[in-house]
Design a protein around this ligand. Structure first.
Ligand code: HAM
Length: 425
């Protein structure tokens, strides 16, 4: 036997037992997004490396250590997207979507980061990503947060905690950086290697360090929210007002900095205590300068993304289940003629009943075995086609989940009969 080929580390197969959870989450998210007026956009999975360097930031974990970057056959440096925001901004600029318009957009699909895989942290993972362009006020910040809250409620998820912070404008960030460097330089001996390097390149990133040895230094650092510019401070206060008026519970976490450099002003994260170390299920914030920074006209913007694997895990942890959708009917044919006629009959039924979910038996076993399969499929009704039935243009209808006696029905009357049994309101 030849060696088996295995999946790439950190890249998962989503099994057919799990896809119902994924589909339920994706469908529910789609419904909520459409209800709020968001439209889907589908950018490519591969972009020019430069796009991510410029948007996420040169001195971030993602760009420094985690990107899947390669030269294609023409020698261009390309990267598998580690996140969706940069590509959506690029697409928006390229297609003039921000010109005299304020698009509300969403996108879903796989992202790639070469992180150390563990439970809830993968190298290929899925996000549902949402972005709104052209709105400067705090109302849209509130809208996105309210919409995520509604999604959790619609799914039945509980115990998710919302943290908020404001990172101020780029100018406020620059002024704060000077203060932070002053503080950190005073503790230079205690900084780890990464942080010492970042002290001169991107000191704000030091606050994002996951190194336990760094946490006490970080805890003592001055906080950006105490050095906000006046307009950012007002923006944050109004956002808090809208959230309170809408009954949203949250905490302000001045240590919330997020792992990407494009944020300005509001940032937020939803976390859970039920998933261990990978506790962030959804995160986002404002990025009022990014469109400009990658070549567009100044356009305020805000967005977020949630991790599909993490939400699915939480759905399971909390005992929530996607709606069960077994077939309505299972059509089993016995005998050569009947087997030959099963598909034409099934197609006729499908023509008449577009909502019908029906499995056509493809088993070569005995009648008894076919009935067992019908039962196992979860169908309410078994439609049995034997040579006798075919000879008389009939079908035997067996009710698998109720005491109604078996009936034999003319094939011409079957669609009406099923419509009445299955779909009558
Ligand atoms: P992010 O915080 O890097 O933000 O990722 C968003 C979510 O994706 C996380 O909260 C987490 O649930 C999930 N996630 C991230 N990395 C992994 C991983 N390695 N394995 C499994 N799940 C993961 C962004 O990506 C921003 N683009 C969000 C945004 C949109 N900001 C503004 N607009």
């Amino acid at each position: 036997m030849k060696d088996k080929i295995q999946a790439v580390r950190g890249m998962n197969d989503i099994s057919p037992l799990d896809t119902p959870y994924w589909q339920w989450l994706e469908e529910t998210a789609r419904e909520v997004l459409h209800a709020y007026g968001y439209l889907e956009i589908r950018p490519p999975i591969v972009e020019r490396t430069e796009l991510f360097r410029r948007s996420i930031g040169e001195v971030t974990d993602i760009v420094e250590k985690e990107m899947y970057t390669f030269a294609d056959r023409s020698g261009d440096s390309l990267t598998l997207r580690p996140e969706a925001t940069a590509g959506i901004v690029r697409a928006g600029i390229e297609h003039g979507l921000f010109r005299n318009q304020s698009p509300r957009l969403w996108s879903a699909g796989p992202m790639f980061r070469h992180e150390r895989p563990q439970k809830g942290r993968y190298r290929q993972f899925y996000q549902v990503d949402v972005e709104a362009f052209g709105f400067a006020g705090p109302e849209i910040d509130a809208e996105l947060i309210l919409m995520t809250g509604r999604l959790w409620r619609t799914l039945g998820l509980q115990q998710l905690r919302l943290s908020l912070n404001s990172l101020g404008t780029r100018e406020a960030q620059a002024a704060y950086r000077t203060k932070l460097v002053g503080y950190l330089a005073g503790h230079e001996g205690a900084l780890d290697e990464d942080s010492r390097r970042r002290l001169s390149t991107n000191p704000l990133r030091i606050l994002d360090s996951k190194n336990p040895g760094m946490q006490s230094i970080i805890a003592g650092a001055p906080m950006l929210i105490d050095h906000l510019d006046e307009p950012s401070s007002e923006h944050f206060t109004s956002l808090e007002g809208i959230l309170r008026a809408s009954g949203v519970e949250y905490e302000v976490n001045p240590r919330l900095v997020r792992g990407l450099d494009y944020y300005t002003r509001t940032v937020f994260e939803w976390t859970t205590e039920e998933l261990g170390a990978q506790n962030a299920v959804c995160g986002g914030g404002r990025y009022d300068r990014l469109v400009e920074e990658i070549g567009g006209a100044p356009t305020p913007a805000i967005g977020f993304a949630f991790g599909v694997e993490r939400i699915v895990e939480l759905i399971k942890k909390q005992g929530l289940a996607p709606p069960n959708r077994p077939p309505h009917a299972y059509l089993a044919a016995v005998g050569e003629r009947a087997i030959h006629e099963a598909h034409p009959l099934a197609e006729q039924l499908r023509d008449h009943l577009p909502r019908l979910r029906m499995t056509v038996d493809a088993d070569s076993g005995s009648f008894k075995r076919k009935l067992k399969q019908a039962d196992r499929s979860g169908a309410q009704i078994a439609l049995i086609l034997g040579d006798d039935e075919v000879a008389n243009d009939r079908v035997a209808v067996k009710y698998l989940r109720e005491p109604t006696p078996q009936a034999t029905i003319a094939q011409s009357a079957l669609a009406a009969h099923l419509a009445q049994r299955l779909f009558a309101e």
